[in-house]
Design a binder for this molecule. Structure first.
Ligand code: PBG
Length: 305
């Protein structure tokens, strides 16, 4: 396990200063005045990439999630400012999905109660292009629509972004471990108890993950992701062994919350369990881990090193 294995997902909000997220103790939504310094700190620690997630003000949310394709939205502005500061010394990853922007909290467009696949793909492709225009290095579609990787690849090529990579959330399960993330981006209330089970995978399905990965690779994904992490290590190993492609894993918000809470209560040793969980991902076959512990783990690892 090395600092170069870590990818740091961070939350941004449009105001100043840091905002605490109660279900993610120790993880803040970063304000526009602090986010660039935070990114530089990650870079200085040797973290190769960050992933930027926005908390969109309620008044900018809509049924068609139009703010997702606004070239001046919070993510695009943040990416421009971070890239201006760090250049090529650190990669920036942007999520492609509509949930931070939609009034219903779903990752796609909803018609008569259902998320509609093809109409969603059109807007996701436009979202990917505005993010690439802003300077994002890696587009990470987390929406789980069918056929979106091919459409996004085509869109990026037509817009001249031939070097922008696609890291596809290929095996993404409909998981209760995403709860604190939905608090962080403010989509939980919008979702109002609805589930994403019509487009994310069923936790009992193993083979379907391989099918989804095969499709995304055939459509042009440069790397794939398995998510959540710890309850799905079997999937991670299977994907890595079957395809041998760059394979990432997301230690999601609920996993962070669990380890953090047990550490706070003194029931587990935070440092030991965090490093053990990250090492476990490496052992299972991950080429890199998205983790909210990235900064802390990088500090521990560099002192160890
Ligand atoms: C949404 C998205 C989610 C996460 C990353 N992108 C949540 C969801 O699918 O509801 C979860 C990450 C985490 O829990 O840390 N497209």
């Amino acid at each position: 396990l090395d600092v170069s294995d870590l990818i740091w997902p961070l939350f941004v909000h449009p105001g100043a200063g840091s905002q605490a997220i109660p279900s993610l103790p120790g993880v803040d939504r970063l304000g526009t005045d602090v986010v660039v310094d935070a990114a530089k700190r990650a870079r200085d620690l040797g973290i190769p990439a960050i992933a930027v997630f926005p908390a969109t003000p309620p008044e900018l949310k809509s049924a068609d999630a139009a703010e997702a394709v606004n070239p001046e939205n919070l993510v695009c502005q943040t990416v421009r400012r971070i890239k201006a500061a760090v250049g090529d010394s650190m990669g920036v990853i942007c999520d492609v999905a509509l949930d931070p922007y939609s009034i219903h909290g779903h990752d796609g467009i909803v018609r008569e109660g259902d998320v509609v696949n093809d109409e969603t793909i059109e807007i996701l492709t436009r979202q990917a292009i505005v993010q690439a225009d802003a300077g994002c290095d890696v587009i990470a579609p987390s929406d789980m629509m069918d056929g979106r990787v091919a459409a996004i690849r085509d869109g990026l090529e037509s817009a001249g972004h031939t070097n922008v990579q696609i890291m596809s959330y290929a095996a993404k399960y409909a998981s209760a471990f995403y709860g604190p993330f939905r608090d962080a981006v403010g989509s939980k209330g919008n979702l109002g108890g609805a589930s994403k089970k019509t487009y994310q995978q069923s936790p009992g399905q193993a083979d379907e993950a391989l099918h989804e990965v095969a499709l995304d690779l055939a459509e042009g994904a440069d790397s794939v992701m398995v998510k959540p992490g710890m309850p799905y290590l079997d999937i991670l190993t299977n994907v890595k062994q079957t395809f041998g492609v760059p394979t990432f894993v997301y230690q999601v918000s609920g996993e962070y919350a669990m380890l953090s809470a047990a550490g706070q209560l003194g029931w587990l040793d935070r440092r030991e369990v965090v490093l053990e969980s990250l090492l476990g991902f490496k052992r299972a076959g991950a080429d890199g881990v998205l983790t909210y512990f990235a900064i802390e783990a990088a500090e521990w690892l560099s002192k160890l090193g």
